[in-house]
Unconditional design. Structure first.
Length: 367
């Protein structure tokens, strides 16, 4: 009887399974990754953004801001001597000329003291003349002559002081202007330094504009400004610029001198239009594209699938656009939400073809 050889099929099958598993394991360890899935590419996980291409052209740089008129000179008129008020000649709103008497303080006491001081001065000067004559004939010592000179000098100074006090009983306007406040009435007893009136100059006014810090360095001395008031434009010129920015509102103060006129008064609010020149290559971008970081204006440009930072100079606004320097017509400026996108992060332009992004071409906005 012939014996049948044992079947080898189970062994062969087991060997084949082992070989296939080994091949798969080696393939993973050598390649490190599997074949990319369809649809995976450079834009995977990127933020979709809308872009706008800047429109470049000339831009007349001007700032239109609310402003105020202030008096160039504004002072408190105070009492220079002590005493009761005997007369008040002006009231709120009155116009006075330089040196005009506005009020009087009781002068009788000062007049009597002035008369006495003048008499003492005359006596001291007479004594000095007598001692001087005696000294020439050696009948008075040099010490006596020196003492006489001192007494005469003191008497003259005292007479001058009391004479000035007598004159100061007439309270006079320090300059031509208007009375903006009256603080005194007849019969009131005032001390030295007590406020009697407030005066403001009416001939010369000062335009005061608080300009946002974005325009620091844009407005310069000598720039022309128009003051719009009551439907009329008045010309002015920038004369003073503050070197510091206010921390409470991030503005800096600019002033211009304005000639006063009918219908103009200190304290009025007006509109100031400041001409700061013409920029030939100004770019228009959506206002929402511009954001500020630590005092610097920026935009983001979509380039090569990444968000690239561009610092820009803000010139002004034109409709819904911001007018800036620092971007070119071909730049794809991210129009919305740029301040929420980290510089260098992946972006994909809304409406752009995915294969174009995968090739690394600069994204373009929808046509």
């Amino acid at each position: 009887m012939r014996l049948r050889a044992p079947s080898n099929l189970p062994v062969v099958a087991l060997a084949m399974v082992f070989a296939v598993g080994l091949a798969l394991a080696c393939g993973k360890s050598e390649g490190g990754s599997t074949k990319p899935q369809p649809g995976a590419g450079a834009g995977a996980g990127a933020r979709e953004v809308r872009v706008a291409h800047p429109r470049v052209g000339a831009f007349s740089r001007s700032l239109t801001l609310s402003a105020a008129l202030e008096a160039k000179d504004q002072v408190e008129v105070v009492a220079r001597v002590e005493g009761p008020i005997t007369a008040v000649m002006v009231d709120l709103g009155d116009h006075v000329t330089r040196g005009q008497v506005m009020a009087r303080i009781e002068p009788e006491d000062f007049a009597a003291r002035s008369e006495q001081a003048n008499a003492e001065r005359e006596q001291a000067e007479a004594d000095l003349a007598r001692v001087d004559q005696l000294s020439k004939s050696r009948m008075a010592t040099p010490q006596a002559l020196e003492q006489a000179r001192t007494r005469a000098a003191v008497a003259r100074a005292q007479a001058q002081l009391i004479g000035r006090q007598l004159r100061d009983t007439a309270v006079r306007a320090p300059f031509a202007g208007g009375v903006s406040r009256r603080d005194v009435s007849v019969g009131a007893y005032v001390k030295v330094g007590a406020p009697l009136f407030e005066m403001v100059s009416s001939e010369d006014l000062r335009l005061v504009v608080e300009i946002p810090e974005d325009y620091l360095g844009v407005v310069e001395h000598g720039d022309l400004a128009k003051v719009r008031i009551l439907g009329h434009d008045l010309d002015a010129k920038i004369t003073r610029i503050s070197p510091t920015v206010a921390t409470n509102n991030r503005t800096y103060r600019v002033e211009a001198d304005v000639a006063g006129g009918e219908g103009m008064a200190a304290g009025m609010f007006v509109q100031a239009v400041i001409d700061v020149g013409v920029e030939k290559d100004a770019a228009r971008v959506p206002r929402s594209a511009v954001f500020n970081v630590l005092g610097r204006n920026r935009v983001l440009v979509a380039k090569g699938g990444r968000a690239e930072v561009r610092e820009v100079e803000f010139l002004g606004e034109e409709g819904a656009d911001a007018v800036v320097l620092g971007v070119a017509p071909g730049d794809a400026v991210i129009a919305d939400g740029a301040e929420t996108i980290a510089p260098g992060s992946s972006v994909t332009v809304s409406g752009a073809r995915p294969e174009a992004d995968a090739r690394g071409n600069s994204p373009e906005g929808p046509g």
